[in-house]
Structure formats: C-alpha cells, structure tokens
Design a protein around this ligand. Structure first.
Ligand SMILES: Cc1cc2nc3c(=O)[nH]c(=O)nc-3n(C[C@H](O)[C@H](O)[C@H](O)COP(=O)(O)OP(=O)(O)OC[C@H]3O[C@@H](n4cnc5c(N)ncnc54)[C@H](O)[C@@H]3O)c2cc1C
Length: 288
C-alpha cells in the first residue's frame, strides 16, 4: 500500500518546524528517519494531513559534551551515535546497545529522537536512557519542558509529547567513576526486536561495594520497566556471584509481563532474570 495523501513541509530551522506544528496541531506528524513512520503511513495506521520533515534542521543533529555529560540532538542518526568516540567515552551503554537496533541500513537513517518518540516497548534506546537517568527536552512554539526518561513513555507507542511539541534533545548526566554498563537481549533473529531484554548500569564505591545500580527490562511490558526491588537488593553489597544471581531471581519473580504469539509471560520473566545476572556480571567486570 502507498501512504495516504499529505502536505509535505521541510523547514530549515527549529523555529519554522515549531510554527508548523503550532499551526497544524493534531493533523501534523514529524518525519525523522522514516524507518517507523513510513511503514505506519503505508499500512494506513495513521493519516496525518501534514508531514513536517526535520531532516534539514541542522541544530537538531549535534552530539556535544556538556559539563562532563552529553547533549544529543533528536536528529542524530543512530549510526552516528554508534560510531561516536565522545559517546563511547561519556556513555558507553548507548554504543553497546546500538548494534542490537535493527540493521546498519536502518541505523543509517533512523534517529535517536525517532526511536524515543516512536516508543516501541521492545526498542533498546528508551530503556538505555532510563538506565543512565537521562532527561529529555521537549519544545513547542511557546514553551520548553524537561522530562525524565523514566516518565516519557506512557504506554505502547505513546509518550507525553503533545501534538504541537517535538523532542529537541536528550541530556545524559556525567558517567560516574567506577561504573560499568551492559545490555543483553533475546530476539528471534539478529536485528529483530527483543522478546526480552535488560539494560543495566552499576557503580562501585571506593571499597568495591555497590553504590548505585539500575536494571531496566524491555520487550516485556508496554514500556521500559525499572526493577526497584532487584536494584535495592544490590545496594551496599559486595558484587559476587550470589548477589548478582539473587538480583536476577528477584527480577524473574517480580516482573509483570505478557503472553503473545512469540513467547509466554513465564518465558519472558525467566529469561529476564537470567539476562539480568549476566548483564550485571558484565557491569562489575567493567567497573573494577
Ligand atoms: C526492519 C526494522 C527493524 C527494526 N529493528 C529495531 C530494533 O531491533 N530495535 C529498535 O529499537 N528499533 C528498531 N527499528 C526501528 C528503528 O530504530 C527506527 O529508526 C525508529 O523506531 C524510528 O526512528 P526514525 O528516526 O526512523 O523515526 P520516524 O520513523 O521518522 O518517526 C517515528 C515516530 O517518531 C516521531 N518523531 C520522530 N522524531 C521526533 C521528534 N524529534 N520529536 C517528536 N516526534 C518525533 C514521528 O512523528 C513518528 O511518530 C527497526 C525498524 C525496521 C524498519
């Protein structure tokens, strides 16, 4: 099928793009890399009267170091993130995750902002940005607001974005000393969306005990899910096999998941626990 008719706009600046969104509201959709939006249009799952193409808005495509952290424009291509030396240094988890996102051709066009705004529950980047405690800057013609990555997704393919807003940039805080990160997933084939996945970060204090940990499951619910009980079980502990296995057991026990044609909830819970222990083990090796 072909996409329904729409008016195409290609603003050259952010202000121009925001004017268009303010004028057309609900009738407009933003076009980034088109890797998810074009199939949605071709299947006629959405029929926007206006497409606002962000590909000429250069201000949205920058990767910058800021105060020891990172500022990433929404239009940064996934492939650029994957290959960025700055991102590898300041937030290695992003570079670890990207080889799992589709295929190189998709990452060449797909953008950071597109993946976040699309909010597929099995996508890697939304979970990764929760794991690193990032915040998102949203802009409309009249206002700007900041939303924690953890509060951005409201359900399957849904976010807090309003029709006249776009995601402008992502801010990643300073990567703490002695921190390791890892992402593990199970998918039917390489490049497929995950049936279950886990993104983790873990920091050690000067005595080698766990000072902070985040465990975020994806592909198992309608949004990325932090695992607060498993995270709490790690705090202050010496990260040996017993501690990391216990965290995995807690994830398996507490996770609320779902059945579909690909896997049962029970399978997703079990696999998420195993992936958690493996990812945390990798974190500890990187942090020590
Ligand atoms: C075969 C295939 C396999 C894939 N596998 C994976 C995978 O394993 N893991 C994974 O995570 N992804 C996967 N993807 C999705 C891919 O990562 C897409 O690139 C991503 O979901 C959308 O990014 P995009 O830049 O192409 O956005 P688009 O398709 O252009 O837009 C997606 C949505 O986001 C909105 N949007 C885009 N940018 C903004 C913005 N700045 N502000 C507000 N709204 C915005 C659009 O209006 C649209 O609703 C796959 C895609 C394909 C085709």
């Amino acid at each position: 099928m072909k996409a329904p008719r729409f008016s195409y706009h290609d603003p050259a600046s952010l202000d121009e793009a925001l004017d268009l969104l303010a004028d057309h509201g609900d009738a407009a959709r933003v076009l980034a890399g088109g890797q998810s939006l074009m199939p949605v249009l071709n299947f006629r799952l959405a029929r926007p009267a206006h497409l606002v193409d962000l590909n000429r808005v250069e201000d949205l495509a920058a990767i910058a170091e800021s105060g020891g952290g990172l500022t990433l424009g929404a239009m940064v291509r996934q492939r650029a993130l994957e290959r960025s030396e700055v991102v590898a240094r300041r937030c290695p988890l992003i570079c670890q995750a990207l080889p799992l996102v589709g295929h190189p051709q998709i990452r060449n066009r797909g953008t950071l902002g597109g993946s976040l705004a699309h909010a597929d529950p099995a996508a890697e980047l939304p979970a990764v940005l929760v794991a690193v405690d990032a915040s998102f800057v949203l802009r409309s013609k009249t206002a700007q607001r900041r939303v924690a990555a953890d509060a951005f997704v409201t359900g399957q393919l849904s976010t807090v974005l309003q029709p006249d807003e776009l995601l402008e940039r992502v801010e990643v805080p300073v990567w703490p000393e002695r921190t390791g990160s890892a992402i593990r997933e199970v998918a039917m084939r390489t490049g497929d969306f995950a049936l279950a996945g886990v993104a983790t970060t873990l920091s050690l204090d000067a005595h080698g005990r766990v000072a902070a940990a985040r465990i975020v499951c994806f592909g198992v619910a309608d949004r990325p899910l932090r695992q607060p009980d498993a995270e709490a079980s790690l705090m202050g502990g010496t990260p040996g096999e017993a501690l990391l296995e216990e965290a995995g057991r807690i994830v398996s026990a507490r996770l609320r998941s779902f059945d579909d044609i690909h896997a049962s909830a029970g399978y997703r819970k079990r696999v998420s626990g195993v992936l958690t222990t493996r990812a945390l083990t990798e974190c500890v090796m990187a942090a020590t």
